[in-house]
Design a protein around this ligand. Structure first.
Ligand code: PEP
Ligand code: MG
Length: 582
């Protein structure tokens, strides 16, 4: 596949969003707002009825797409469309449009487009990456409503995009959902970040993707050939024969690696020198247990319970929570599940929680639970009732010191006793753990280890608080450096405290599922690693081909490294060597 034009090779750097390498002719997806004429109308009420009909039809369309994605992927991917359905319920948006129609006397599609554009711009200007990326969701939904009002067909990549690289300014989750069926090789966008829903979906669909490529739409023309490296975020427009040859080897190496990794997916978790290790899954809904089981997770090391609150966008009742936890425990078929109590706040906000200037340091997680018995109590009752069906542990997020952990434990044990009086007893004793994700907790880990049955280290937050770098802020993303010696030494300190007090310490942040980091974590003393289910095979492979002794030696070398860059090289070198085995 060679470019038919004579344009020179051009290299653009973006953010790697989904792994894999692909090459193909460009399919330019040019989506803009539809052109809507502005017309005076006589009957405003009839226009508002048209709006209601369009909202109803869009609701049906999205629900269908949602069910389709739930079948093909899983519930958490489908949840994106629940958020879209909520946009359709947004009373403020609908009221604004109705008011505009009545006030101006213009046609509803014109008023709707004006109001929608205003909403999109508000989100686009937000400082917070996560909220800014939600502009794409609003554009997606309002675009659908507009198509209903206008009676037009949406521009989708479709059959013509088969084996092409889709290039677009930005992709909506609905666009992305269709790319897999259309046989698209890869996609590249000028906007978006790793946490945008399209990027998250691409990882599940297994389509290589690069996002946030500045100058992309300027650089790429119809007829170009594009090579997409989803591992490094490099996009090469019109690659030369030489570049293509070099990449042919890289693609072959990736395929061979995947093949080898999957061949060992069900083999025992034992290292070369006979030392055992334990790999667990991070999930946020009972449906995700399927993946945890098929990738051979030994249990669930982190169940993010706040996902139910976010899915419902409301405080769920004890019964609603019990139904979800009981289903998860039953699907786990005897594998242990560690439920993390509610971790709302930070970037996970429920509509009725007040806005805060500094949400990551604000009213969140266990702080909120200790002040809100109306929230904490039903959740703990639901978990303890579910524990009658299978092995369960509980851990508290954002513990900052011993008093907080004691208070949470006391409340838990009181409720457990109450339930015992009601005749509810758990299958096995419920162990109570502390998440270590705040530097103060790491500093007093030895005292916390006297109170906790186990530790689980949340590296996502620990790194952001240790380095004072907001984990969601693109502008300081280059400073979010887990290889910083302060992070490595803090981890070593936590593992040592756990060891001295005889309690296990797991890691459940993203680092645990990174094959480059997993060897170091075990070498430093982690008892178990918990990660997204899809990451299990590669980490298992990596550890099965290592010995505990060499991991401990690696940890010693890293601990004496004064610089992050040296640590990164040591880890990358170790991983590259292991993944090339045999
Ligand atoms: C963490 O902080 O590492 C963690 C696992 O929790 P979350 O990402 O949900 O904050
Ligand atoms: Mg956390």
């Amino acid at each position: 596949m060679k470019a038919e034009n004579n344009r020179p090779e051009q290299r653009l750097q973006g953010t790697a969003a989904a792994p894999g390498v692909a090459r193909g002719p460009v399919y330019l997806l040019m989506k803009g707002m539809a052109i809507v004429a502005c017309q005076k109308v006589n009957d405003s009420e009839a226009e508002i009825r048209r709006l209601e009909a369009a909202l109803g039809a869009t609701r049906l369309e999205i629900s269908k797409l949602r069910d389709d994605i739930a079948r093909k992927l899983n519930e958490s991917e489908a949840a994106i469309f629940d958020a879209h359905l909520l946009v359709l319920e947004d009373v403020a948006l609908i009221d604004d449009v109705s008011r505009e129609v009545k006030k101006s006397g213009f046609n509803v599609e014109f008023c709707f487009q004006e109001v929608a554009q205003r909403y999109i711009e508000i989100f686009e200007k937000m400082d917070d990456d996560f909220l800014r990326e939600r502009a794409a969701d609003i554009r997606d939904v309002t675009g659908r409503v507009l198509e209903q009002l206008l009676g037009t067909q949406p521009e989708r990549a479709g059959e013509a995009a088969k084996l092409h690289v889709v290039v677009a300014r930005d992709l909506t989750p609905s666009d992305t959902a269709g790319l897999h069926d259309d046989g698209v090789s890869a996609f590249v966008t000028e906007e978006g970040g790793r946490t945008s829903h399209s990027a998250i979906m691409a990882r599940s669909l297994d389509i290589p993707a690069v996002v946030g490529v500045k100058g992309l739409m300027e650089a790429v023309k119809e007829g170009d050939i594009v090579l997409v490296d989803g591992e490094t975020g490099l996009v090469i427009v019109n690659p030369t024969e030489q570049t293509i040859d070099a990449y042919r080897d890289k693609v072959q190496a990736i395929l061979t690696r995947r093949d080898r990794v999957m061949r060992e997916v069900a083999l025992p978790e034992v290292m070369l020198d006979g030392a055992p290790f334990t790999l667990l899954a991070n999930i946020g809904a009972p449906e995700e247990m399927d993946d945890a089981v098929s990738y051979h997770g030994r249990g669930v090391g982190l169940y993010r319970t706040e996902n139910l609150y976010l899915r419902l966008d409301a405080w769920p009742s004890e019964e609603e929570q019990y139904a979800e936890y009981a289903e998860a425990v039953q699907l786990a078929q005897g594998r242990p599940i560690t439920f993390r109590t509610l971790d709302l706040g930070g970037d996970k906000r429920l509509g009725d929680l007040a806005d805060e200037a500094n949400p990551f340091m604000g009213y969140r997680a266990v702080r909120l639970c200790l002040e809100r018995p109306d929230v904490f109590r039903p959740q703990l009752r639901a978990i303890i009732r579910a524990a009658a069906l299978g092995p369960v542990a509980v851990m508290f997020p954002m513990i900052s010191g011993v008093e907080e952990l004691r208070r949470a434990k006391e409340i838990f044990r009181r409720i457990e006793n109450e339930l015992k009086q009601e005749g509810v007893t758990s299958r096995s004793p419920i162990k109570l753990g502390a998440m270590i994700e705040i530097p103060s907790a790491a500093m007093v880990a030895d005292e916390l280890a006297l109170e906790a049955d186990f530790f689980s280290i949340g590296t996502n937050d620990l790194v952001q608080y240790l380095l004072a770098v907001d984990r969601g802020n693109q502008r300081v993303a280059h400073l979010y450096e887990p290889c910083h010696p302060a992070v490595v030494r803090t981890l070593a300190r936590i593992f040592l405290a756990a060891k001295q007090r005889g309690i296990p310490a797991a890691v459940c942040g993203e680092l645990a599922g990174d094959p480059v980091w997993a060897p170091l974590l075990l070498g430093l003393g982690a008892h178990a690693l918990s990660m997204s289910p899809a990451a299990l095979p590669e980490v298992r492979f990596m550890l099965r081909h290592s010995s505990l002794t060499e991991l401990q030696q690696l940890a010693q070398r890293v601990l004496s490294s004064p610089e992050a860059i040296l640590t990164r090289l040591l880890l990358q070198d170790f991983a590259a060597h292991k993944l090339k085995l045999r």
